[in-house]
Design a protein around this ligand. Structure first.
Ligand SMILES: Cc1cc2nc3c(=O)[nH]c(=O)nc-3n(C[C@H](O)[C@H](O)[C@H](O)COP(=O)(O)O)c2cc1C
Length: 157
């Protein structure tokens, strides 16, 4: 079974958006290998439109270069990025998106692919929380159904 087939098996029924890419972080990479139906519902793009594209397709004119530089740095240094950024739906509407990107490691410890869990969030009203994750709340009430990385702390917990 390939990675794409395996990820499709668990991700297809999830309400959390899932994006699988290759590990090529040089532009125009990374290349999207799979998105689940929840991702298509959130972004407005069909799976067919996203396959072969880069997640940068979701960036708009207001996307912060500071944030994208941070993603690039984190993915190169640690293979992980967790944060909230502004994405754009196909319609052009901006939405806040919490994303947790992790590497899928092969037996030799080398990354075979990147897997991202993504969900739309809104800013909480009131005094900002000390905890960055506490500043946002998810649009969907459902918790993340599955955490495939085992020991790594789940941002959606
Ligand atoms: C699996 C995965 C999912 C990603 N999802 C998003 C996303 O939803 N929105 C976004 O702006 N960038 C996303 N990115 C990050 C971009 O693909 C890219 O790495 C980022 O823009 C930094 O690279 P750059 O400085 O060359 O643009 C994702 C990356 C990976 C590996």
């Amino acid at each position: 079974m390939t990675i794409v087939e395996l990820v499709r098996l668990f991700a297809e029924p999830l309400t959390t958006a899932v994006v699988l890419t290759d590990t090529d972080l040089e532009r125009p990479g990374p290349t999207i290998l799979y998105v689940n139906p929840a991702f298509a519902r959130m972004s407005g793009y069909t799976a067919a439109e996203m396959l072969g594209a880069s997640p940068r397709l979701l960036q708009g004119l207001d996307t912060s270069r500071q944030v994208t530089r941070l993603i690039s740095r984190k993915l190169r240094a640690e293979g992980r990025y967790h944060g909230v950024l502004e994405n754009c739906r196909k319609s052009g509407e901006a939405y806040l998106c919490e994303i947790d990107v992790r590497p899928l490691l092969g037996r030799d410890g080398e990354p075979l692919a990147f897997l991202a869990f993504e969900r739309e969030v809104v800013r909480r009203r009131g005094r900002p929380s000390q905890d960055p994750a506490g500043r946002y709340r998810p649009i969907l009430p459902e918790p993340l159904e599955v955490c495939p990385m085992g020991t790594a702390p789940s941002l959606f917990a």
